[in-house]
Design a protein around this ligand. Structure first.
Ligand code: HEM
Length: 540
C-alpha cells in the first residue's frame, strides 16, 4: 500500500473526539433534562397566555434567536473540505518548515473556496475572484496559505482595502447591485486607481467564472520568504495547480446557472468528494534567491505583479487531495479562521504593504466574527501541535487551565511553559527572519511600484483570439451597466494604456468614440482625480 495515503490523519482523530450525533432517542434540554412535549408551550389554561416559567420554550427560542454570527466582511460565500498534503521532494535546502522537508509526512488540511463580494447567500457563479484558503495542520503548528484563484490583487497597499471593498460591495443606500463589477462605484474606483488595471484584466477574463473549484488554480499572490536552517532566506511565490486542469464557464452558461442552481460550485465540490472523485492540486513554487531581489522590472513586494514563469519557472513540489466533506457547515466551514500571519518556522513574510495589512486584519476581524479570543479552540481551527501558554480567560473559553499561575517565568508552579530563550532550548522555535530595515517614516511608495500597465498588456497579449473576445464582451456587459458616461470614458482611457485595439473595441461596443492615442503615464497621477467630485457626474 501507499504509506502516505494510509498514514494516520491526526486531524481526523482530533475531530472525532468532538463529534456529537443527534441520534439519541430522548429529547433533552441543553442541561440534559428530558423534555415532555416540544410542540405545545406551557400556558395558563388551554387557551391562555404562555408562561415565562416554560424553560424549555425559552431555551429553544433564545438558542434559535442567537444562531447567526456575522458573515465574513469579504469572502462570505464559501465551501470547504478536508484532505491532506504530501511532498514529492524535500525542500530542506530552502526551509526548515517540517511539512516541506519530510516526504513521508501526510499533513492534514482544510480548504475553503469562496467568492469575494457576495453575501453568504449569494450565487456561486458570479464574475468575481475566488478565494482559495488552505490550513495545513502541521506538526509545528498551523500554517495558512490564504490565496486566491488569480495571481495578482486589486491594490498595492492594504490601507486602500476598505475603500476598495466599499466600492465593490452593493451601494450603501439601496444595497444594489449584488453583482460585483456591474456598477458605477466599482468602475469609478477602477478609473481613479490605475494600479488596479492588471487585476481588472484577470477579472474580465474567464478566470473569474471558474467551472468548478476542482478546476481552479490557486496563488499565494504575495512574495513570501522561505528560511532554512542557516537562516538564509529565499523569496517564494506559491501556486496550486488543479490536476483536472483549469476550466471556466462561458458567460451565457453563467447567466442560466445562476438562476437554475445558485449552489453550482458548492454542489460540485460536495458531490465529487461524496462519490470518491477527490479533487487534487499540485503545489508549485517560484523560488528567487535574495541576491536577485532587484533584478526584475517590477517590485517583488508589489502584489499587482506576477513573476512571469518564463523568467522563474514553477517547481512542482507536492500534492494536495481533498477527500472528506465537513460534517457540519456552520461548525467547520463557517467557523474556520484563516490568517496570513499563521506561519510556521521556515516560512516568513516580506514587506509587501498589502501582506502587512492582512497580517493585522484577519485576526482583528475574527475577534468579532467568532466571539472573542478563543476561536483557535474551535475544532476546525485547533492545531494538532500541542498548545501550551499562559493566555487565559476571554469569551468562549473552553479549556480548563490548571494550576495557580499564568505567567512566565515563575517559581511557584514547576513546569510552566517557557519560551525558547527562557528555557535555553531553541529547538523548533519560530525565529523571525533578520531582515535589515533602514528608512525614514514616510507615507510614500517606492517608484518601483509605479508601472501599472506593462503586466496588464502582457496578460492581454498572452490571450488567444477567443479569450480576447470574451474579455471584450465582459467589459461591454459590465460597463454596459454603468450609468455615468464619464466613468466609462475614463475606463476606456485606462484600457488604451493596456492595448489600443482593446480600448477601441470596448469603445465601439459602448457606442463611444475611440480613445485618442495616449502616453502611458504609468498611472502615477490619475487625471480623473481632479474631476472626481466635479459636476460632470451627470447620468449619460
Ligand atoms: C478573507 C484572500 C487581501 C482582509 C479572505 C479569504 C481569502 C482572502 C481567501 C477567505 C478566507 C476564508 O475562506 O475564510 C485574500 C487575498 C488577498 C487579500 C489573496 C490579497 C492578496 C486582503 C486585504 C485585507 C483582507 C488587503 C485587509 C487589509 C480580509 C478579511 C477577511 C478576508 C477581513 C475575512 C476573514 C474572516 O472573517 O475570517 N481573504 N485577501 N484581505 N480578507 Fe482577504
Amino acid at each position: 500500500g501507499d504509506p502516505v495515503a494510509e498514514g494516520n490523519d491526526d486531524k481526523q482523530r482530533q475531530l472525532d473526539a468532538y463529534r456529537v450525533g443527534s441520534e439519541g432517542s430522548r429529547l433533552t434540554t441543553d442541561q440534559g433534562v428530558r423534555v415532555d412535549d416540544t410542540d405545545n408551550s406551557l400556558a395558563a389554561g388551554e387557551r391562555g397566555p404562555t408562561l415565562l416559567e416554560d424553560f424549555h420554550f425559552r431555551e429553544k427560542i433564545t438558542r434559535f434567536d442567537h444562531e447567526r454570527i456575522p458573515e465574513r466582511v469579504v469572502h462570505a460565500r464559501g465551501a470547504g473540505a478536508y484532505g491532506y498534503f504530501h511532498l514529492y521532494e524535500s525542500l530542506a535546502e530552502f526551509t526548515v518548515a517540517d511539512f516541506l522537508c519530510d516526504t513521508s509526512a501526510r499533513t492534514p488540511v482544510f480548504v475553503r473556496f469562496s467568492t469575494v463580494a457576495g453575501s453568504r447567500g449569494s450565487a456561486d457563479t458570479v464574475r468575481d475572484v475566488r478565494g482559495f484558503a488552505t490550513k495545513f495542520y502541521t506538526r509545528q503548528g498551523n500554517y495558512d496559505l490564504v490565496g486566491n484563484n488569480m495571481p495578482v490583487f486589486f491594490i498595492q497597499d492594504g490601507v486602500k482595502f476598505p475603500d476598495f471593498v466599499h466600492a465593490v460591495k452593493p451601494e450603501p443606500h439601496n444595497e444594489i447591485p449584488q453583482a460585483q463589477s456591474a456598477h458605477d462605484t466599482f468602475w469609478d474606483f477602477v478609473q481613479l486607481q490605475p494600479e488596479i488595471m492588471h487585476m481588472v484584466m484577470w477579472l474580465m477574463s474567464d478566470r473569474a467564472i471558474p467551472r468548478s473549484f476542482r478546476m481552479m488554480q490557486g496563488f499565494g499572490v504575495h512574495t513570501f520568504r522561505l528560511v532554512n536552517a542557516e537562516g538564509r532566506g529565499t523569496f517564494v511565490k506559491f501556486h496550486w495547480r488543479p490536476v483536472l486542469g483549469t476550466h471556466s464557464l462561458v458567460w451565457d452558461e453563467v447567466l442560466r446557472i445562476q438562476g437554475n442552481d445558485p449552489d453550482f460550485n458548492r454542489r460540485d465540490l460536495w458531490e465529487s468528494i461524496e462519490r470518491g472523485a477527490f479533487p487534487e492540486w499540485e503545489l508549485g513554487l517560484q523560488l528567487v534567491p535574495e541576491a536577485d531581489e532587484h533584478s526584475f522590472d517590477f517590485d517583488l513586494l508589489d502584489a499587482t505583479k506576477i513573476i512571469p514563469e518564463e523568467v522563474v519557472p514553477v517547481r512542482v513540489v507536492g500534492r494536495m487531495v481533498l477527500d472528506r466533506n465537513p460534517d457540519n457547515f456552520f461548525a467547520e466551514t463557517e467557523q474556520v479562521a484563516f490568517h496570513t500571519a499563521n506561519v510556521v518556522p521556515g516560512i516568513d513574510f516580506t514587506n509587501d504593504p498589502l501582506l502587512q495589512a492582512r497580517n493585522f486584519s484577519y485576526l482583528d476581524t475574527q475577534l468579532i466574527r467568532l466571539g472573542g479570543p478563543n476561536f483557535a479552540q474551535i475544532p476546525v481551527n485547533r492545531p494538532i501541535a500541542p498548545v501550551h501558554n499562559d493566555q487565559r480567560d476571554g469569551y468562549n473559553q473552553r479549556i480548563i487551565h490548571r494550576g495557580r499561575t499564568s505567567y512566565a517565568p515563575n517559581s511557584i508552579s514547576g513546569g510552566c511553559p517557557m519560551s525558547g530563550v527562557l528555557s535555553g532550548d531553541m529547538e523548533g522555535v519560530f525565529r523571525h527572519y533578520q531582515e535589515r530595515v533602514d528608512g525614514n517614516k514616510i507615507r510614500k511608495r517606492s517608484p518601483s511600484f509605479e508601472d501599472h500597465y506593462s503586466q496588464a498588456t502582457l496578460f492581454w497579449n498572452s490571450m488567444s483570439a477567443w479569450e480576447k473576445r470574451h474579455i471584450v464582451e465582459a467589459f461591454l456587459f459590465e460597463l454596459g451597466h454603468v450609468e455615468r458616461r464619464y466613468i466609462k470614458e475614463q475606463v476606456v482611457q485606462r484600457l488604451a494604456n493596456v492595448d489600443a485595439g482593446l480600448a477601441a473595441q470596448v469603445a465601439a461596443g459602448l457606442g463611444m468614440p475611440s480613445p485618442g492615442a495616449t502616453t502611458p503615464n504609468h498611472g502615477r497621477t490619475s487625471p480623473a482625480l481632479s474631476q472626481a467630485n466635479s459636476p460632470r457626474d451627470s447620468i449619460a
